[in-house]
Design a protein around this ligand. Structure first.
Ligand SMILES: [Zn+2]
Length: 234
């Protein structure tokens, strides 16, 4: 066996090199899609936080409204009591008395509503604080994850940028005719060059003729008659 690198070995090396680069491109795609998913998770987390905050605001509004009603009822009661002090007529006095009794009932009911509103507000605040802490941790984690992946993308992109330059060097010594055929084949299939194992093409399992095996042993370019991929023997 010769120790010099044959054109065919150079050709196989070029193909391996291309396949490694395809892997890198695939990794880049995966990383990009990971980052998009992480960004979506970040948006979701921020949205969840806003929703929790909205619940606090709604609970606060309910408290404010009930407190306002309280103040209004107090003010009305005060007015009625003043009127009661000045009234001369017995009938009018009785009517005012009745109104005041009714107001007191309303105040009592409103107090109960206020207690409930306060409880709701406290619960909403506690939930929000808990969620805020958990989500802030989550946001920090996601952001760190995004940064790591962006750094990986940068490194891989640099590798891809060097690819064209390195590839030119790998093409040297490979017959131009093979390069043309290979270039056409690459646009059609992921694995344009396949191994022959036990006399069969490893892509389509077509039986390779003895004549083709001899040609391969001779380091000639042979295409599978089943799938038209280039064949090699190890
Ligand atoms: Zn085949």
């Amino acid at each position: 066996m010769s120790t010099t690198v044959t054109p065919f070995q150079k050709f196989v090396a070029l193909i391996s090199f291309d396949q490694e680069n395809n892997q890198i491109r695939k990794q880049l795609q995966d990383l990009t899609s990971d980052i998009n998913n992480l960004k979506q998770a970040l948006t979701n987390a921020e949205h969840e936080l806003l929703v929790a905050h909205d619940l606090v605001k709604i609970a606060q509004k309910a408290v404010d409204a009930t407190e306002l009603t309280n103040q209004e009822l107090d003010a009305t009661e005060k007015t009625k009591k003043n009127q009661l002090d000045q009234v001369q007529d017995k009938k009018e006095y009785a009517a005012l008395k009745k109104e005041i009794t009714y107001l007191k009932e309303q105040q009592h009911n409103n107090e109960l509503i206020l207690v409930q509103a306060w409880t709701k507000l406290e619960t909403a605040k506690q939930t929000f604080e808990k969620q805020k802490e958990a989500l802030n941790h989550k946001i920090v984690d996601i952001q760190a994850n995004i940064n790591t992946k962006q750094a990986q993308i940068l490194a891989l992109t640099q590798q891809i940028n060097n690819y064209e330059l390195e590839r030119k060097a790998k093409e040297i010594g490979v017959p131009a005719e093979w390069l043309v055929k290979y270039s056409t084949m690459r646009t059609r299939v992921q694995n344009p060059v396949v191994q022959v194992v036990n006399g069969s093409c490893m892509a389509c399992f077509y039986d390779i003729t003895q004549q083709d095996i001899n040609a391969l042993n001779d380091n000639r370019l042979v295409e599978c008659r089943g799938c038209f991929r280039f064949l090699y023997l190890t």
